[in-house]
Each structure stands twice: as C-alpha cells, then as structure tokens.
Ligand binder design. Structure first.
Ligand code: IVH
Length: 679
C-alpha cells in the first residue's frame, strides 16, 4: 500500500464520494426513500474504499466505509480494548451472595469501608463496548477475549435509540459498556417474519442479538430490533467533576442520551438484606419484563472502593452476578406424541429425557402445531434445546441437527385423531388441525359447554361445573346425552335441589327446537362461527339439507368459502358425528327450520342471470336476494332463463339473452320489482 500524498483531485473525489454515501445512508435508513440503487451504492463505496486504501490519510474516522449501510470488508477487524473487558463471578444462591459480600469486607479490613451496592438486571444479550471520541461514536466492539474484540461499528451505528453523537459537554473520550439485546416481543415478531419468508427462526433473543450484530451487511442489522443497555464504563476522560460512583455515572450517561437500566430496575442498597430482597424481587418479576434477563448484577457503587478491591484475572472483586436458575437446557427427545385439547386441536408434544430446568424437572415440551413440527423437523432421538419461560409450558426451540442419530425418521403427522380415531380437519397451510368428532373423549367437556352456551343452544345452567358433573358423574359423553337426563339423575347430583333440577330439565327441553342456525353453531364445527352458521341455515333451511349438502353447494352459500365448505362436509361425513346426530334426533332434538324463501311474489320459481357490474349491491347480495324471493340465480343464459339483469359492461350473456328473446332489465328495474315498488 502506498502512503503517497493524495492529489487534490483524489482528495476532492473522496470528499464527494463520502458526501454522496452519507446522504444515501441517511435516505436509506432515515427516509425509506433510497437515493441510490444497491448497485450504484456499492460502486461508489468500492471507489471510496480504493481511494482510502491508496491514501490512508483520506480515511476519516466517520467515513461511510467504516459506517452504516454496506458490507465493509474489514468489518470484523480487531479492536484492542483500552481497558480489559472483564467477566463476572457467578453465584447461584443467596448464601453465596452473602459469602461474596463478607469476603469483601474481610479483604479490606482496617481502612474505613462502607460500601453501597447497586443492583441491576443482568441482561441476556451480547457485551459491547462503545467508544465516543469528541462526542462521536467512533468504534463499537464486541468483548472478544476481553483484551481484543471485533469491530462491529458499522452494525452498531444502525441501532435506533443509540446516539451516534453526544450532546455538548460529553467527555472527549468516553468508553461505555453495555449489553446488546432484543426484546421479547421484538424477538417473537422477528422470528415470525423470518419464518414467513421461509427462513429458520432463532432459538432465543440472545442468539438473535448475536446474529444481528455479526451480520456482514449492516442493512440486515438495521432491520433487526436491537437495543442496548449500558451497565458500565471503560476508560473515560471526565476532566474535573468525575462521578465518584456508578450510580452517579449512570445518571451522567442518561443525561448524555445513552440507554441505561430504567429507574425501576436500578437499585442502590446499603446492606445484604436489601440486596437479597431486590435480587429475589427481580427474579420473581423476570417474566414481567419485555426483555430476557438471566440474573441480577450486584456491584460496589463507589469507584474508590472498587479500586481498592481490584480484580482477579478474569473478574473484578467488586461485582458479582447472581444467576437465576437456567431456563434453557439440552436434552433428548424420547418420543413425540399428539394430544387433543378441549377444543379438539391436535397438539404435538415432545416427551423428553428428564431435564432439570428452572427448579423443576421438565419431561415434556410443546411443539405447538403441525407446522412447527415440520419447521423444526424434530424427530425421536434428536437432541434439542428446551426453554422454560416462567409459567409458560416448556418448548423446544431448536434441534441440534449435528447430533441426530443416523436412523432418526421424520415424524409422521397422524391423519386420524389419536384419542378417538376420527377424521382430522387440517386445512392446507393452517397451523392447527382439529379432531372433528363431537363425541371425542378428549373434548367432551369443552364441546358440551360450547353446545349449551348462551349463543348456541342457550341451556341456562349448563355451565362448567354442571358439565364436569355430567361427564364425570353421570357419564354423558356427547350432546345427545344431555337430552336423556332424568330428574332423578339431576336431583341426585351434589348440591342440586329438585327445583333447580326441574328448571334445568325445562331449559333442556326448550332447547330441542332452537333455530337451525344456533344448532349448527352449537355443533362446534371448525370454521363455523355464529354468522357462518346463520348463512348456512338461511340458505339451506333444514338440517337434513345441511347434512346432505356437497362442498360445492355449501360454497355457493354467500359468505361461505371453500375452507368452510370442506370443514362442514368433513364434519357431517364423520360416522361418529352422524351417530350423535341420529341420537340427538331420537332424543327429540329437532332444530327449527329457517324461513328460507318467499312462496309468493314475482320471482318465485324464476331463474335469473346477472351480468355486467351491479352498482347498488354485490353479486352475492343480489343472488341472496333472488333466493329469498323464491327464485334462483344461475351463471349462464339459456332457454330456461326467465330474466337477465344487465349492468354496465355486460357482454356475451346480454347478447345471448337478446338472441334467445329473454327479458333483460337494468339493476334499478330489478330492484323495483324485487322490493315491490311500482315503476
Ligand atoms: S457488569 C466487570 N452489568 O454479563 C463487570 N454485566 O457474565 C462487567 N451483563 O460480560 C460486567 N448485564 O456482558 C454487568 N448489568 C450488567 C450486565 C452485565 C449483562 C453481561 C456482560 C458481562 C456478562 C458477565
């Protein structure tokens, strides 16, 4: 490399390139209105890099070659820390915390020694050093081996919420240390997005943060929701008025706009009792925070005391990490079973080699749903990472493929309900699959409670407690059992007087003739909510017709799509459901048919075709109107057609109608006839 002085032309060109690139970055990251194409950007960047390589004096510290917006070849060059970045000694019990605190007192016997302690969260992320020179962020580096880290400046400059420049009055040299992390909601969102794009999700927020920090292209980092929490200092030229303690320094950092632990999570304690209390409170509330913490860090607050205490080779004596019980561990999948929940949803569960985690032994972890099983490609015999976050059920977050036994077979998703053997409703691309059986033992309580619900069959009194009793004591195993209950049985139930049993029977009896729409909704057919149930009932009128309807007929119902139609057909095809429906009919359940159509009026028995654009209603609404008026809307014009309603843009159908001599009216005329108004 030549160290020749650059020509004035080169210097001017370098300055120009810098300006262009800085502006391009500003537009790219700030305005979402890029100035340059990626190709142009890279061309300019390469030219500037070449110039700077030839003439290193042209390479300003904030040159875009070192900053945001591009892949810098020397991105991960080494950075030597001015002061070593030490680690922390860990303790895992309050007894060890006490021992640490006492050892310090013993270490410095004699001189006056009255420490205060700061307590703050131990954020579970990646350690980072930020160097601000003359108020500008010039270097950001990972911890590396403690002496030398990697230069991740370009990536760190993309982190929103981290100042690139500090306000006036900032120390000329300020080295700040902190943790880079990704919050829990951001992590979930990021993982969802990655998965939607067909990429592999990440096991935990820490890995996600580490991955984002080590991106070759800072534009990728810029899309990751990284945050920083500053927890300490490296070398600082405070000048006069240096803060005497971490708690004071923290306030100075905050005033400079640097992110530090929020007030509510930062405590100054006088003695061990208070330390205990704060640390345990943090542990108890770790799940309430929107970022992962794996412990609490307790530090002597005063810098003069810290200096007297000094450090061991890897960690200072003046600080300690109280680690919470780990919640992530590694174990082996011994089996994969699919369980059926109260709603009929099939939930895959990994049976694990027992793993102590966060104070309990974990033996099962949820795999959520079929798509997750496919995404993880988890197999019996796999070694997996398992995370247990608070009261949430443990879950498998990652499969360690390298440790997979050669004979591990892909998991085969069941096509029948593992509890009752009924058909499973699993629409393409939908994460959840459901058992369709009304009488599935795994779902009987959930289904009964739904069946009797206020918006369904509206059986007052058929609440959760009674459902429990009906199933557990009286052996009811599907909705038809409700209609065979006797006064004797009900009055015999615990805490039920005869009067209330009578009331309940009256309620049950009254529900026998609820409208068809309610009955359909009460069946709990997947995808059939109240409004779809109403549409189907209105359109088809009787239960017999609904049961007999083909998927095509159902899909013709306005408001019903293919997925719903398939689900309904599958439900009524299931022999177990047919048996329950027969038992319901036998028990006198006869849903009231829906009033479906007029029997008198201008459209009764008429076949109508719509063509062209309708302006006052949708095509579906028009068809529904015809149906209610007793007619039928069809798609093509023939000799049988009685009327064609033609709007603007009508084409071949209109021509055909004219050819066949079929009456043609416009939308207004159609509406006049439909509403019975005179022209
Ligand atoms: S103080 C010499 N405070 O934990 C003291 N560290 O296990 C240096 N960490 O490398 C660390 N939150 O990456 C400190 N509030 C906090 C912290 C914290 C997270 C990380 C840090 C450090 C590691 C040590």
């Amino acid at each position: 490399m030549s160290a020749r002085d650059p020509s004035p032309e080169s210097a001017a060109r370098a300055a120009q390139l810098r300006d262009i690139l800085v502006e391009a970055n500003r537009r790219y990251y700030g305005d979402a209105d890029p100035l340059l194409s990626d190709f142009e950007y890279d061309e300019f960047l390469r030219e500037l890099q070449a110039l700077e390589q030839e003439h290193p004096v042209l390479a300003t510290p904030d040159s875009p070659t070192r900053t945001v917006g591009h892949a810098v070849s020397a991105l991960f060059s080494k950075v030597r820390h001015r002061q070593p970045m030490l680690s922390l000694a860990n303790v895992t019990s309050t007894a060890d915390l006490h021992a640490w605190q006492e050892s310090m007192a013993g270490f410095d016997a004699g001189a006056e020694f009255a420490p205060r302690y700061t307590i703050e969260p131990k954020v579970d992320g990646v350690a980072l050093e930020l160097v601000y020179e003359d108020g500008r962020l010039t270097v950001a580096a990972t911890r590396g081996d403690g002496m030398t880290g990697e230069d991740v400046t370009a990536n760190v400059r993309t982190i929103r919420g981290l100042p690139r420049t500090l306000p006036d009055g900032a120390p000329p040299l300020l080295e700040v240390r902190g943790e880079v992390y990704i919050g829990k909601p951001d992590f979930d969102r990021l993982n969802r997005e990655l998965q939607e794009r067909g990429k592999e999700g990440m096991a935990n927020p820490r890995n996600a943060a580490a991955g984002a920090l080590k991106q070759k292209d800072p534009r990728v980092t810029a899309e990751r929701p990284l945050r920083v929490m500053c927890y300490g200092l490296g070398e600082v030229q405070w000048g006069p008025g240096a803060p005497p303690s971490w708690s004071a320094a923290r306030e100075r950092l905050q005033a400079l706009g640097l992110p530090v632990a929020p007030e509510s999570l930062f405590h100054v304690a006088a003695g061990i009792d208070e330390i205990d209390r704060v640390v345990l409170a943090l542990q108890e509330h770790r799940d309430d925070l929107d970022f992962e913490i794996d412990g609490a860090v307790v530090k002597v607050d005063q810098y003069d005391l810290r200096r007297r205490l000094g450090a061991r080779s890897r960690s200072p004596r003046w600080a300690v990490a109280y680690k919470f019980p780990p919640r992530e561990g590694r174990t082996v999948v011994e089996d994969i079973v699919v369980s059926v929940g109260r709603t009929g949803a099939l939930t895959p569960v990994a049976v694990l080699r027992p793993l102590p985690l966060g104070g309990v032994t974990v033996t099962h972890a949820t795999l959520h749903n079929r798509i997750e099983v496919e995404r993880l490609d988890v197999r019996v015999g796999d070694t997996v990472l398992v995370i247990r976050a608070g009261d949430v059920i443990p879950k498998v977050t990652k499969v360690l493929r390298e440790l997979r036994p050669a004979d591990a077979a892909p998991f085969a998703w069941p096509d029948a309900c593992p509890v009752c053997g009924a058909a499973v409703d699993a629409a393409e691309g939908e994460p959840l699959s459901y058992c369709t059986n009304l009488a599935c033992p795994a779902q009987v309580k959930g289904r009964l409670a739904h069946f009797g619900g206020r918006r369904a069959m509206d059986i007052e009194g058929l609440g959760a407690r009674l459902v429990e009793q009906l199933v557990d004591v009286l052996g009811v195993h599907d909705p038809s059992g409700v209609y065979r209950l006797t006064l004797e049985q009900l009055a015999g139930l615990e805490r039920r007087a005869e009067k209330s049993a009578q009331n309940l029977l009256a309620q049950i009896d009254a529900s026998r003739t609820r409208p068809l729409a309610r009955f359909l909704y009460a069946l709990g057919i997947h995808h059939v909510g109240e409004s779809v149930a109403r549409d189907i009932a209105r359109h088809l009128g009787t239960l017999e017709r609904v049961i007999a309807a083909s998927a095509e007929e159902l899909a013709d119902v306005p408001g019903v799509g293919d997925v719903v139609a398939d689900s309904v057909v599958r439900f009524f095809e299931e022999p177990r459901n047919r048996a329950v429906l027969a038992a319901l009919a036998e028990a006198g359940v006869a849903p009231a048919p829906e009033e479906t159509r007029d029997t008198d009026g201008p459209f009764v028995g008429k076949i109508v075709v719509f063509t062209g654009n309708l302006e006052r209603m949708t095509r579906d609404e028009a068809k529904e109107l015809i149906r209610r008026l007793g007619g039928k809307a069809t798609g093509s014009v023939s000799k049988k057609t009685d009327l064609v309603v033609a709007g603007p843009g009508a084409g071949s159908k209109l021509a055909k109608a004219e050819k066949l001599g079929v009456e043609v009216v416009d939308e207004d005329e159609f509406l006049r006839r439909a509403t019975g108004e005179n022209a």
